[in-house]
Write a protein that binds this ligand. Structure first.
Ligand code: PLP
Length: 717
């Protein structure tokens, strides 16, 4: 079925495995593999945007030929390739040992976004990173998973900020030929073109493949010659603002995605849906069963028994509802193929609280999946209340919406120097067994000065990186000096540094810390114990309110009376996130409860010894233990923001600043380092993608796989 193009043919034979390596995102979470590209040519590596395919296509042939003769390089190459090949084998993976062989009945995973690496900008935020981290962990554990998503020809937008602090969205076409992705071809060597079933006028898609370790992620592309311009544009942006185009996106993802799987020969597998954007995949599976002769109820039951649905947000805008007339326009041919009439069809997606609002994607998915979960314990509770009306006769505590708390993929988010420190003190094999809490007790044995020095090195690296960006816009674009200063031109790598980086959705309350400007100024500009804050984050292009919050921050950053102690760094992406979660001293998070379903950036920070200062919401309710960071915000009044801001200033003034600047005789703040160690110990094993993924397998995948294989057997009989 598929032919993977050989993109760079000129690699000397002795090291031509580099080509396979470059075309498998495995390199992105295995630092030795990443280093292999980096040591070939630091400058080319950087200029390629850390994209090995692009780098290999543009590199001097001499460099490759020399490397093929360089014993040092070859030694490292051979060691990486041996491990790579070993990892790609089924071997004795965790899944094989604990669950068994399921290669011909994989779990299929649908998501509208994937955060794998900044060279593939197909993500807007946490939902995407959750999907990316899960895929990587499935590869590490040997879980057979096939993922589906969109090929966004322009990725997510690049963010620029004007001197007035207004966000400009720049679309940047992705250089598809030079990315770690391959077009999928059919047996005849032609591009695979799939027609979306039933929907008229027809929409066609082509398919790309991304290799994520052992597993494949297939990306659906509507930007092809066979489509008219409106259809071509279906995948042009993440989360189209126009409701009709949004509906068409979700039709293509769910119904089209299922058809792509069929074309690839993957049938009736377990379905895991990441958020309601993907819900139409359920409909399509039901339709297929009916086509094979089942009646609606049996078809529905069978699909339900093999479907897992994860809801990710209690924010209403995150739960799509399509008005009935719009649904009718696209589905009037469809419901008859489900053997339903209009009314019965619409009823599938009715939220009884708002029966006339339209087809609610989350409501349908919750009803039509046997397993469904929120993404933290708290979010589970919130979701049970929120969707109680779907089960009117069930007491709220018995509603089947369960929870599996998110976790982050440790090999992807651990900073290489921190990893070296762990290698030294936790034993060489700690990464293989990192969800075992016992290993993490050894963190206490890391000498304070080593952890502290490593952290300060990372903080300096962060500040220098931000200054380098500022210098670039100063030189190349002759930006206004105020922009340079507001972008971090006056940051100081020796003082207490707070990081706040997230999507500028309103509920995240980016400006909370600006409530009392004078008090904040006093904290930041203290002569002996100064503090600085680094902000970053994008507002959704259609969210003017979010853009105004960003503007407010930028204007404060520009204000000379803050002395450059506030910086806004533009274009938050995976790379900047890595720098920030490794390099700041405190990770600030202050959403309005209960809207933070989980949050994961604080886990990334804590894993690297950067403790969280957070509102008690999302994962922090489970994660905070009184020693590993700080929690605030218990007030529930009209004046919620004011109360929360006050609590935030109090903690900063009374706890965080004094602790940070309390040095022992040897110049090390051992009290502070202790909080860093507690953050690592308490976060790394529990809030890892490994713990999370194993939980999905043990609670859901295993049972759903059994149902799927029973169904396959019953058909054979
Ligand atoms: C981890 C991550 C997120 C999600 O973080 P939250 O804590 O959920 O806000 C968003 N964007 C990037 C770039 C990330 O790395």
């Amino acid at each position: 079925m598929e032919i993977t193009k050989n993109k760079c043919l000129d690699i000397p034979k002795r090291i031509d495995g580099l080509n396979d390596l470059a075309n498998n995102f495995w390199w992105s979470w295995n630092n030795d593999a990443r280093l292999l590209f980096k040591i070939l040519s630091r400058s080319r590596w950087k200029l390629s945007g850390h994209n090995p395919v692009k780098m290999l296509c543009n590199i001097d042939k001499n460099i490759l030929e020399n490397a093929a003769k360089n014993q040092m390089f070859l030694k490292q190459y051979d060691s990486v390739m041996a491990r790579f090949q070993d990892n790609m084998k089924k071997g004795d993976s965790w899944f094989l040992k604990n669950i068994g062989d399921s290669e011909n009945l994989p779990i299929t995973f649908f998501s509208a976004e994937y955060g794998l690496h900044h060279s593939l900008p197909f993500y807007a935020g946490g939902l995407g990173f959750l999907a990316g981290d899960l895929l990587k962990e499935c590869s590490d554990l040997g879980i057979p998973m096939i993922a589906l998503g969109f090929m966004y020809p322009e990725g997510y937008f690049r963010q620029r900020i004007t001197v007035d602090g207004w966000q400009i969205n720049q679309d940047e076409p992705l250089d598809r030929e030079n990315a770690s992705i391959s077009k999928v071809f059919n047996k005849k060597g032609e591009k695979l073109v799939v027609k979306i079933p039933i929907i008229e006028p027809p929409i066609f898609v082509e398919v790309w493949r991304v290799q994520v370790g052992r597993n494949a992620l297939y990306l659906i592309d509507t930007d092809i010659d066979a489509n008219d311009p409106w259809n071509r544009g279906i995948t042009s942006h993440l989360y189209a603002g126009n409701p009709e185009q949004r509906l068409r996106q979700e039709i293509v993802l769910g119904i089209g995605g299922n058809e792509v799987l069929n074309t690839l020969g993957i049938k009736n597998s377990v379905l895991h849906l990441n958020e309601g954007h993907t819900t139409f995949a359920i409909l399509e599976r039901i339709r297929e069963n009916i086509e094979k002769g089942m009646d609606f109820d049996d078809a529905y039951k069978q699909v339900k028994a093999t479907t897992i649905f994860t809801t990710h947000t209690p924010v209403p805008a995150g739960n799509d509802v399509f008005p009935f007339p719009l649904m009718e326009k696209y589905f009037s041919n469809y419901w008859s193929s489900l053997k339903l009439d209009r009314e019965a069809f619409f009823k599938l997606g009715v939220d009884p609280k708002k029966p006339n609002a339209g087809f609610n994607m989350t409501a349908f998915a919750l009803k039509a999946s046997i397993y469904h979960n929120g993404v933290s314990k708290r979010h589970g509770e919130v979701a049970r209340k929120m969707w109680q009306s779907l089960w009117p006769n069930v007491p709220v505590d018995n509603i089947t919406i369960d929870s599996i708390t998110n976790g982050v993929h440790v090999p992807s988010w651990i900073e290489p120097r921190i990893k070296l420190l762990f290698d030294k003190y936790l034993g060489q094999d700690w990464l293989l067994d990192h969800d075992n809490p016992n290993i993490w007790k050894l963190v206490d044995g890391i000498p304070d000065f080593e952890l502290w020095d490593t952290h300060n090195w990372l903080k300096t690296k962060l500040v220098l990186r931000i200054m380098e960006r500022a210098r670039e816009i100063w030189m190349n674009e002759k930006a206004d000096p105020r922009v340079i200063l507001a972008s971090g031109g006056l940051l100081d790598p020796t003082i207490l540094t707070i990081g706040f980086a997230r999507r500028f959705a309103t509920y995240k309350r980016a400006t909370l810390i600006l409530q009392d400007i004078q008090r904040l100024k006093n904290i930041l500009n203290d002569r002996w114990k100064p503090v600085q804050i680094i902000f970053a984050g994008k507002a959704h292009p259609a969210d003017d309110q979010g853009k105004r919050l960003l503007q407010e921050i930028f204007n404060v950053a520009k204000d000379p009376s803050f002395g450059g102690r506030i910086a806004f760094v533009e274009d938050y992406d995976e790379q900047l996130a890595q720098y920030l979660v490794h390099g700041v001293d405190v990770w600030l998070n202050n959403p309005l409860p209960p809207y933070e379903a989980c949050g994961t950036s604080g886990m990334k920070a804590s894993l690297n010894g950067v403790p969280q200062l957070s509102i008690l919401d999302g994962w922090w309710i489970e994660g905070y233990n009184g020693k590993n960071g700080w929690a605030f915000g218990k007030k529930k009044t009209e004046e919620e923001d004011r109360g929360d801001a006050e609590a935030l200033y109090n903690i900063l003034e009374k706890e965080i600043v004094p602790l940070y600047y309390k040095l022992d005789d040897d110049g090390i703040p051992s009290g502070w380092v202790n909080v860093m160690k507690e953050a690592i110990k308490s976060t790394a094993p529990v809030f890892s993608a490994r713990r999370m993924t194993k939980e999905y397998v043990m609670k859901y995948y295993q049972k759903a796989l059994k149902s799927a294989s029973d169904f396959q057997l019953s058909k054979i009989v």
